[in-house]
Design a protein around this ligand. Structure first.
Ligand code: SAM
Length: 325
């Protein structure tokens, strides 16, 4: 079918595409096409195209729109993707199966659909799953250019913290000694190691530590990573006064590990402390906690921010706390 197109030399293509996109006249339903060094950019309304451009009616192929799960069911859908696993949270069994079928039938690259079957629980922060499609809870997730192998049945992982992890890890320099007290499969440790830092990841979950080692190798940073399986309280002898930077991502119970953090902290240490608190005073409890515990340190909160909403009136927050001896 012939549609109105802006016609330009191929070398002017990207600049023209950006101008037309800014003017909101590019037609999404048709493909931009090149023929003999000339570019045809389909537009929605020829009259809205800036005067300097030439318009021609030209034959261009239709753009294939991917089929999404929402196109295949008649209710609102939400889901989360970790690698090739899609996670849903549906109480109604019929709806859950309908949604799982729609996800598999859609164009999403998916092998397994899991429904949340419990809250995140216990010290290891894993949950139960109902498998609605496929049969493997293991996958490889990509985040900011890094690959993380993980098994959702035995380790904690949440893609919702991706932006926050990136905020923290892009600050890290090669000169630093970084210790993640609750490292999981390594989404803080691996990018920190890739910045050249000397990193230690500790986790009580042995399976998470196996994946952390695998992920260090996968991302070619094994030389910069020490992975330790066990309670982080047990590493304070070996790493006392060691860390320039600590990650404390164990909301709900991190308050029980402040003394451990202070034992691990070097003379100057930046602590990324994650907390879940009521929206009325989300940062106050953490500040008070550090003031009370860090007697031989001066404590400065360099940054405080809301990471995400956790539950009605409850916020997941982070404080970047500088402790100086
Ligand atoms: N930092 C990782 C991330 O962002 O994906 C994992 C965070 S997850 C919320 C908390 C982790 O702390 C879990 O993997 C759990 O096994 C670990 N953990 C809980 N108690 C611990 C302890 N006493 N010592 C070391 N690790 C612990």
């Amino acid at each position: 079918m012939k549609v109105p197109c802006v016609v330009v030399d191929r070398t002017d293509g990207e600049e023209t595409r950006q101008t037309l996109a800014t003017a909101d006249v590019l037609a999404d339903d048709w493909q931009i096409t090149v023929e003999d060094g000339t570019l045809y950019l389909p537009v929605t309304d020829p009259d809205a195209v800036p005067d300097e451009y030439t318009i021609q009616y030209h034959e261009v192929p239709a753009r294939e729109q991917p089929t999404m799960p929402a196109d295949l069911v008649d209710f609102d859908v939400s889901y989360e993707r970790i690698g090739d696993i899609v996670i849903i949270d549906e109480d109604d069994a019929d709806r859950a199966q309908q949604l799982a079928d729609a996800i598999v039938e859609s164009d999403l690259p998916v092998t397994t659909v899991l429904n949340r079957a419990s809250k995140i629980k216990g010290e290891l922060r894993v949950r139960d799953w109902e498998v609605l499609a496929g049969n493997s809870t293991e996958t490889v997730h990509r985040e900011y250019g890094f690959e993380y192998a993980l098994d959702l049945d035995s380790v904690y992982f949440s893609p919702r913290l991706a932006t926050e992890r990136h905020r923290v890890t892009e600050q890290i320099t090669a000169a630093e000694q970084v210790l993640d007290m609750f490292a999981g499969v390594g989404p803080f440790v691996i990018p920190a190691a890739a910045q050249g830092a000397t990193t230690v990841g500790v986790d009580k979950n042995e399976v998470a530590i196996q994946y952390l080692n695998e992920n260090a190798a996968r991302n070619s940073v094994s030389d910069h990573v020490t992975a330790i399986a066990g309670d982080v309280r047990a590493v304070t002898d070996e790493y006392t006064d060691w860390a320039d930077r600590l990650m404390m991502n164990l909301p709900h119970s991190a308050d029980q590990f402040v003394d451990t953090a202070l034992a691990l902290a070097g003379d100057e240490c930046l602590i990324h402390y994650y907390d879940i608190q009521h929206e009325d005073d989300p940062f106050g409890p953490a500040k008070q906690l550090f003031q009370e515990h860090a007697e031989e340190y001066s404590v400065t909160v360099e940054n405080e921010r809301i990471v995400r909403s956790y539950a009605p009136h409850e916020l997941n927050v982070v404080l970047d706390i500088k402790v100086s001896r």
